[in-house]
Ligand binder design. Structure first.
Ligand code: ADP
Ligand code: MG
Length: 369
């Protein structure tokens, strides 16, 4: 895959009335990729998209789009299509005219037969051909969202900026539209920056992911890379389902000692570690944590604090003296809320993080040895 940057954001800073939304944000989205911007509410996702489209004034930083510095450029000249949370449709027009709207604007002005050809083809792609003559007021949520996407798509912009485009829809619709977005992406070879707070949605659609929090990118890469080398505690908290387990530990006499646990782990397992003694946070993906019934020899002891039924599986929360973690277990494993259990941390599957900065301080990543 080519790695020509389509969108490059350098040191974006933005605050609203003294409240910081972007804190020197850097981001590169490559040509023809779907890049998911994953982060909680308030992380700065919308501000990043608005800045890329030129719809907010930045305090600092540069925006480069398709090889051109557009920091000062008028939004209308950027040729990006933005689909916002909620549906920005024009209620006085029918579906057909809503989709055609941008093509009739002064910047794009296309011939009417070309417009109707493009509207027809786009509607087909989004399976809304049967809705073209309807008033937008009569459409369901999913239909409106398809029209909103069609409206952006018909222009064939150099890039799509999608701001939680599916989050208002129910699960089934969301999955269907996500698949269609991937189809469209394949069909048009378009570049998409897709903001979402939904971990599953992000990994399902994206080629690469950027974890955003506190107005900056915490880490960017493929989901596999992020799993193997999580940059910091924030990333561990925002990735995975359930997210990373964090346990209080300390480095002492060449070993990593987990608070109150039966085991300790040789420091060599972690590669070169930036510190040789003192408190650390041990991180492990819950899938790698071994949990068993009470009484397993040499294992550490915990308590099942909560049990969450998920149909074909259960998620349990385990309390230990080093902290609590969540893990999915099969239905065949007997678990009762309040019961004691045991856990074991396998060698070579953990990360160490700095207590203060939250940064990963162990060099070894999962599976890298
Ligand atoms: P996200 O899309 O990830 O939820 P936003 O970019 O919308 O994040 O917001 C980032 C931060 O900036 C939040 O703390 C939010 O409250 C604040 N913010 C965003 N827009 C405005 C605005 N127009 N006025 C004041 N504060 C804003
Ligand atoms: Mg937002």
């Amino acid at each position: 895959m080519s790695a020509t940057p389509m969108l490059q954001l350098d040191g974006l800073k933005k605050s609203y009335h003294g409240k910081t939304a972007l804190r020197g944000l850097d981001l590169t989205v490559n040509d023809n990729e779907i890049f998911a911007l994953l982060g909680p509410t308030g992380a700065g996702k919308s501000s990043t998209l608005l800045a890329s489209a030129g719809l907010i004034d930045l305090d600092a930083g540069r925006v480069n789009l398709a090889g051109r510095d557009v920091t000062e450029a008028d939004p209308a000249t950027r040729d990006v299509a933005i689909v916002f949370e909620g549906f920005n449709l024009l209620p006085v027009l029918d579906v057909k005219d809503n989709i055609a709207f941008a093509l009739r604007s002064p910047e794009f002005r296309e011939a009417e037969d070309e417009i109707s050809r493009r509207v027809g083809r786009t509607a087909e792609l989004l399976r809304i051909s049967h809705l073209l003559d309807r008033d937008v007021g009569t459409l369901s949520g999913g239909e409106r969202q398809r029209v909103a996407i069609a409206r952006a798509l018909v222009r064939r912009p150099v890039m799509f900026l999608l701001d939680e485009p599916l989050s208002a829809l129910d699960l089934k619709l969301r999955e269907g539209l996500r698949a269609e977005l991937r189809q469209i992406h394949k069909h048009y070879q378009s570049t998409m920056l897709y903001a979402t707070h939904d971990y599953h949605g992000a990994i399902a659609i994206a080629d690469r992911i950027g974890i955003i929090d506190g107005g900056s990118i915490q880490q960017a890469g493929t989901i596999e890379d992020i799993y193997r080398f999580p940059a910091n505690i924030l990333v561990g908290k925002l990735i995975g389902s359930p997210s990373m387990a964090f346990l209080e530990a300390r480095i002492e006499g060449g070993k990593v000692v987990v608070k109150g646990a039966a085991q300790s782990l040789p420091i060599e397992d972690f590669g070169t570690v930036a510190t040789t003694s003192g408190k650390v946070v041990l991180g492990i993906w819950p899938e790698d944590m071994e949990v068993g019934p009470a009484g397993v020899e040499d294992a550490s002891v915990g308590t099942i604090y909560a049990v969450d039924n998920r149909g074909f599986e259960r998620a349990i929360q385990v309390e230990t003296s080093a902290g609590s973690f969540r893990k999915v277990v099969p239905l065949s494993m007997p678990v009762t809320q309040g019961d004691p259990c045991t856990f074991r941390i396998p060698r070579g599957a953990c990360f160490l993080f700095d207590v203060e900065s939250g940064k990963r301080i162990s060099q070894m990543g999962e599976g890298s040895n």
